[in-house]
Ligand binder design. Structure first.
Ligand code: FMN
Ligand code: SF4
Ligand code: SF4
Length: 443
């Protein structure tokens, strides 16, 4: 049986699945219920100064029948009294001493930081997470993403926290910045023990087109909020990878963003996260999703012969290269499995109008299965992505797999095209129909 236990910068938990700081960790009642169902850790809903929330607070993106592929919120930090939260943290730790309870914090002055760090330590927290990510409400008051976007300020505050911290300090980063490694490096310079990312992405999820107000609506008006859920996973994965690959960041990472099942979690871990945090999926489906996540991860580890979580961390990173180091000689073309094809012809339309006119339709009456025009196919993948039948269109390797040549090697050897007429230029070899062909086809 693989060992699922996790250790993020000294914070131990029975498994790598934590709840992210958000409504599911708003109270001791919820955190105890989650631990009871199998979650390994919880980052408490951010504690700080007294706030007042608005109503309503959330907006959702539904896509073709799928509810909440993205969630947007304009909620602030906790609006429950600090003393209640501290008492509940203490109580949770009494019942679940082996689970990780992390206090998420956001205050303003050095004095406030020192006090609240001591408070949560006295309550028995296993770690502290500094919320430098909230992209609305708190940033206008000089907190949240206002700090996350200013590496120097971030570094200073991490330093203040470390003056009194006796437990590990995780710095939570905002994705609302052009280069995520800058605040990550500042977290390191300030003495942070780990980083977590991503917090929510600044967004407007939609507009009420009858009343001319974006969502969520507060008394006929609205504001930008923070976006999360399945739609943000690709952005989160890229930022986790950037931090993991940076030679000077070298901090353990808690991966957050769009995690809904064990596979999403494994993807974060393969790109460098030591553990993961989940928010939207729990808000959508409840704590019970952990009952599928744990056995799913166990089965994956058994199949791949990973004995520990650490063995998976960063396993995909050696395969991430800059574009100029990819093999230009690798060639794939699409292949249609006629037996699986349901004759919808979506691949034909996609390639004809949106790619390289490399799919043909048969003239034969009653035959609606498209065919690939191999010499036109550039191997872009589009048809296989739009095909509704799993494994019906596959990409088949056509080169001999032996010669590797990258753009960076070609540059070094001086054999890069300098004009569009240069025989070395890639586009010269693509067959493209004459513009007038478009009108002929219509007739
Ligand atoms: C309604 C809501 C409230 C949140 N509140 C906090 C918060 O108080 N502190 C914090 O650090 N992050 C907060 N977050 C951000 C989450 O912790 C998490 O970083 C983000 O939702 C991305 O993860 P997900 O895609 O699993 O939802 C909140 C998110 C939502 C949806
Ligand atoms: S998209 Fe797939 S199923 Fe539809 S016609 Fe093309 S190959 Fe067949
Ligand atoms: S891989 Fe791209 S170019 Fe080739 S057939 Fe499919 S869509 Fe067309």
């Amino acid at each position: 049986m693989p060992d699922l236990s996790s250790n993020l910068a000294g914070i131990k938990s029975p498994n790598p699945f934590w709840l992210a700081s958000a409504p599911p960790t708003n109270s001791g009642y919820q955190v105890m219920k989650a631990f009871d169902q199998g979650w390994g850790g919880a980052v408490w809903k951010t504690l700080g100064v007294p706030v007042v929330n608005v109503s309503s607070r959330y907006g959702g993106v539904n896509y073709r029948g799928n509810r909440l592929i993205g969630l947007n919120n304009i909620e602030l930090i906790t609006d429950r009294p600090l003393k209640d939260n501290l008492r509940e943290i203490e109580e949770v730790k009494k019942y679940f001493p082996d689970h990780a309870v992390i206090a998420s914090l956001m205050v303003e002055s050095k004095k406030e930081w020192h006090q609240i760090v001591k408070d949560v330590q006295n309550a028995g927290s296993d770690g502290i997470e500094l919320n430098f990510g909230c992209p609305h409400g708190m940033c206008e008051r000089g907190m949240g993403s206002a700090v996350g976007q200013e590496p120097k300020v971030l570094e200073t505050i991490v330093g203040w926290v470390q003056e009194v911290a006796t437990i590990p300090v995780i710095v939570k980063l905002t994705p609302n910045i052009s280069e995520i490694t800058e605040p990550a490096l500042a977290a390191k310079r300030g003495g942070g023990d780990a980083i977590s990312l991503i917090n929510t992405i600044q967004s407007i999820v939609g507009v009420d087109i009858d009343n001319f107000v974006p969502y969520p609506i507060v008394d006929g008006q609205s504001t930008n909020g923070g976006y999360c859920g399945p739609a943000v996973k690709p952005i989160a994965l890229n930022m986790v990878k950037n931090c993991a690959l940076h030679p000077d960041v070298k901090l353990p990472i808690s991966g957050i963003g769009g995690i809904e099942n064990w596979k999403d979690a494994v993807e974060h871990i393969l790109l460098g996260a030591t553990n993961v945090q989940v928010c939207t999926a729990v808000m959508h489906y409840g704590f019970g999703i952990i009952r599928e996540m744990i056995p799913g991860l166990e089965r994956y580890m058994t199949e791949k012969k990973f004995k520990t979580i650490d063995a998976i961390v960063g396993k995909a990173l050696p395969n991430v290269k800059n574009w100029e180091n990819l093999n230009l000689n690798y060639k794939v073309v699409a292949e249609i499995d006629e037996k699986k094809c349901i004759e919808c012809q979506l691949c034909y339309t996609a390639c004809e109008d949106g790619a390289h006119q490399a799919i043909g339709l048969s003239n034969q009456e009653g035959n609606r299965v498209p065919y690939i025009i191999e010499e036109n196919c550039v191997g872009c993948n589009l048809c296989s992505l739009v095909c509704p039948v799993e494994e019906c269109i596959t990409m088949v390797q056509k080169d001999d797999g032996k010669q590797k040549l990258t753009w960076s090697e070609r540059t070094k050897n001086g054999n890069i095209p300098t004009t569009f007429d240069d025989p070395l230029a890639g586009g010269l070899h693509h067959w493209v129909p004459e513009p007038m062909e478009a009108l002929k086809k219509k007739k």
